[in-house]
Design a protein. Structure first.
Length: 497
């Protein structure tokens, strides 16, 4: 039997005298000894760890599902365990581990990231010791590994993996991934991704530590995928520090369709040829202008594909030539759609005299355009040099290069460059550049998006950054956002045969 006195400082000051009868499991061959204490249950209780010959506790704030899993396995429970957040079991001894982060499949403390704290450290106000329930039998594996859980606004998607239900991060995903998820749930007409933070709202689970981890993220699915096995994990994706999956900020909500995607006609209006002009979409049988806000280079790929062009393209923004549109359309696509009606988000927006009223203009490349004649070379550090019409260009790869995170320099674009050099695959590298060492305004490719499978930069899609110079062609000189931070990056590659 052990007893401890715990003080609480709130509106009143009071002490708790707690007595515990120990029934615990512990092991001695893992480098550290661990036991469960505080409850009259063999497989459930407060986690205690022996360090420096003294039993101490672990902070439950950072102690999530992976931590519970690894400690239960260390105590001989082969099926892992779960954290318990609704039970406070006071204990004595120092706070040995204040922060710990483990992968879900960890089997030992050596697989985790943590630091031992000082023996003088005690439990801070509001922090409780970690409590777990270890599994004594395997969990039943569901036939369908996706499910929807009701949330504040829409359904939250959960995924079952390695014995746990966890969350899906929707970063970089669109209707191709949503449609695969919906098909798994029995909806065959496709679906849409909804991410609260991208709509200016705080997510339901944002910054919570007392829920299951994110166990599926950064996947990419070809169009018409019906199973997760047809998708791949985007390990090559350069992670923009605003497009993250940490802290449940982008837990995915899913909206499955009850009828097929609509199909909308598109045209390029007022251009000098059929392959360029102002983008118009026939929405509700009315030709409608498209606002340049949030219109990414991936949208250009969808438009050019729908119009039957086989190569790349570019976008810029100008005052509208078409005067009969009743409102703006706001489009958000992820590049793989076959028709703009399949884009993840299509919204109308009324005209306003107080906004920057600029429309999207698109050029889809044809065989004789200069972009199809571009060549490339690599400098000694791997930096990509692009040759176009007698001029040399570098590629922006700054983390801030695209507000939507849609056109960042990644391995797919790097592979395109390597194939132009008769190599097979490429890895994107990001070479530091200080604008104070050279001219800020130069021949910089500010945005580039290459679909998977491209073998020439003429089959990629181009745009400009932000508001500055938005009316200019992507092939006009510009900086890589050095006005925001002096130290940015230029795109480089490492090719493999």
């Amino acid at each position: 039997m052990e007893w401890t006195e715990r003080s609480w400082f709130g509106w009143d000051r009071w002490n708790i005298l707690s007595i515990r009868c120990l029934t615990y499991a512990e092991i001695s061959n893992s480098g550290e000894r661990i036991r469960l204490a505080g409850l009259n249950k063999e497989h459930e209780g407060r986690v205690e760890i022996l360090h420096n010959n003294t039993w101490g506790i672990i902070n439950d704030y950072w102690f999530g599902y992976p931590g519970a899993n690894v400690f239960c396995k260390m105590m001989g429970y082969q099926y892992g365990g779960l954290p318990i957040y609704d039970k406070f079991i006071p204990g004595q001894g120092p706070l040995w581990i204040d922060y710990i982060e483990c992968p879900l499949l960890a089997n030992d403390l050596q697989d985790c990231e943590f630091d031992w704290t000082s023996e003088k450290d005690k439990i801070a106000l509001g922090i409780g010791p970690a409590v777990v329930k270890c599994r004594t039998e395997p969990i039943e594996v569901p036939e369908v590994k996706f499910r929807l859980q009701a949330g504040w606004r829409r359904e939250i998607l959960e995924y079952f993996k390695d014995g746990y239900w966890g969350y899906v991060c929707g970063a970089y995903m669109g209707t191709s991934e949503a449609s695969m998820f919906c098909h798994q749930l029995g909806f065959t007409h496709g679906g849409h991704i909804i991410i609260d933070v991208d709509e200016g709202r705080e997510g339901q689970n944002e910054n919570r530590k007392d829920i299951a981890p994110t166990i599926l993220k950064n996947i990419e699915c070809p169009w018409n995928s019906v199973d997760l096995d047809q998708c791949s994990e985007r390990e090559w994706s350069y992670q923009d520090n605003r497009i993250i999956c940490d802290s449940h900020k982008r837990d995915l909500r899913l909206k499955c369709r009850s009828k097929p995607f609509p199909e909308y006609d598109v045209q390029l209006f007022g251009g000098n040829s059929a392959n360029e002009g102002q983008l118009l979409v026939k929405y509700d049988n009315t030709w409608t202008t498209v606002h340049s806000d949030d219109f990414s280079t991936k949208n250009v790929a969808v438009v050019c594909r729908q119009l039957g062009f086989r190569h790349g393209g570019e976008k810029n923004s100008k005052q509208s030539l078409y005067k009969k549109s009743p409102f703006w359309l706001i489009l958000k696509c992820n590049g793989k759609e076959q028709n703009v009606g399949q884009c993840n988000s299509i919204k109308t927006q009324p005209f306003s005299p107080f906004e920057r009223s600029v429309s999207v203009f698109i050029k889809c490349y044809e065989e004789l355009d200069p972009e199809l004649q571009m060549t490339v070379s690599l400098e000694g550090d791997g930096k990509v040099i692009v040759y176009r019409q007698g001029e040399t260009w570098q590629i922006c790869s700054s983390r801030w290069s695209d507000f939507q995170g849609n056109s960042l320099w990644d391995d797919v674009s790097a592979t395109t460059v390597c194939r132009m050099l008769n190599q097979s695959n490429g890895t994107a590298i990001h070479i530091p550049f200080d604008s104070r060492e050279g001219p800020a305004t130069a021949n910089n490719i500010q945005q580039v998006y290459c679909p998977r499978g491209t073998s020439h930069l003429g089959d990629c899609f181009y745009g400009r950054l932000g508001f500055k110079g938005y009316r200019l062609s992507p092939w006009a000189p510009g900086d890589c956002n050095e006005a925001v931070m002096h130290r940015t990056y230029r795109g480089g590659v490492k090719c493999s045969k």
